[in-house]
Design a binder for this molecule. Structure first.
Ligand code: 1GP
Length: 251
């Protein structure tokens, strides 16, 4: 039987291997450019393609995912900002609960409404504790979520939040400074959270160079997500992916 996305993440974590994901925002991607982007991702050995955004205005999610899947076997994981961002053509979906905030709609309300539809999709559903960390300026996610991000220097709050999520049975922790964040999450915070949980830790938001991606992995991140920096300079895909993979810990 084919290994699930989550099983692959757990296996890599056991082996000390790190993964790299490119975030594709359906609002920003040009349909004509998708083949070039997936070609670069394949060459760079990108592990996952995330598709989604906090505010998706366009209505072509299915087309974007189908176009990606045409020439590329990298698993496509939906990273939905709203329950409408579900495409059966993807491989998996991060079922995000915004545990850093206290907005009941994003903790459980929207999940209740979308549950039958999400279950019917046949996608691999990965329960994810989603934590927004202050990135130095309001981001789309911090505004749209109507929830206060965890202050960037409050490592203990991040740690306790992640621990609670793990004990509640969530399968993944995603700490995000928000797309285009001025300041990425500190390595100190990543290290503190990583030490206290056994489930895989995803880090994203404002990562602009391969060195930062590398340091995040060394601090304990299992999966690095980059969107904006690659939208600006696609050649970074190769360097970022190589940096992440080179940070593997020999266990
Ligand atoms: C945002 O973590 C992702 O949710 C990626 O952020 O676009 O800043 O790389 P960037």
């Amino acid at each position: 039987m084919k290994q699930s996305i989550y099983e692959s993440l757990l296996l890599k974590k056991q082996k000390g291997q790190k993964s790299f994901a490119v975030l594709i925002d359906p609002d920003k991607v040009d349909m004509k450019e998708i083949d070039k982007l997936t070609g670069l991702a394949i060459d760079a050995k990108v592990d996952y393609l995330f598709v989604g955004g906090s505010l998706v205005i366009s209505n072509h999610l299915d087309e974007v995912v189908q176009q990606i899947k045409k020439n590329c076997s990298i698993p496509v994981i939906l990273f939905p900002g709203t329950p409408s961002q579900v495409s059966k053509y993807a491989d998996g979906l991060l079922y995000l609960s915004l545990i850093s905030g206290r907005n009941p709609e994003l903790l459980i309300g929207q999940h209740v409404i979308s549950a039958p539809f999400v279950k019917q999709s046949g996608l691999e559903i990965i329960s994810t504790g989603y934590m927004v960390i202050d990135g130095g300026a309001p981001t789309t996610v911090s505004y749209i979520s109507n929830a206060t991000p965890i202050p960037a220097d409050k490592n203990e709050i991040a740690m306790c939040t992640a621990m609670a999520a793990e004990m509640l049975g969530m399968k993944l922790i995603y700490m995000d400074a928000g797309s285009g964040a001025k300041r990425a999450i500190t390595e100190d915070m990543i290290a503190m959270v990583a030490k206290c949980i056994d489930i895989p830790l995803v880090i994203g938001g404002g990562i602009k160079d391969p060195e930062k991606a590398y340091r995040n992995c060394k601090a304990g991140a299992d999966l690095i997500v980059v969107g904006n920096a690659i939208e600006k300079d696609e050649s970074l895909i190769r360097e970022m992916s190589a940096a992440v993979h080179s940070s593997a810990i020999i266990v």
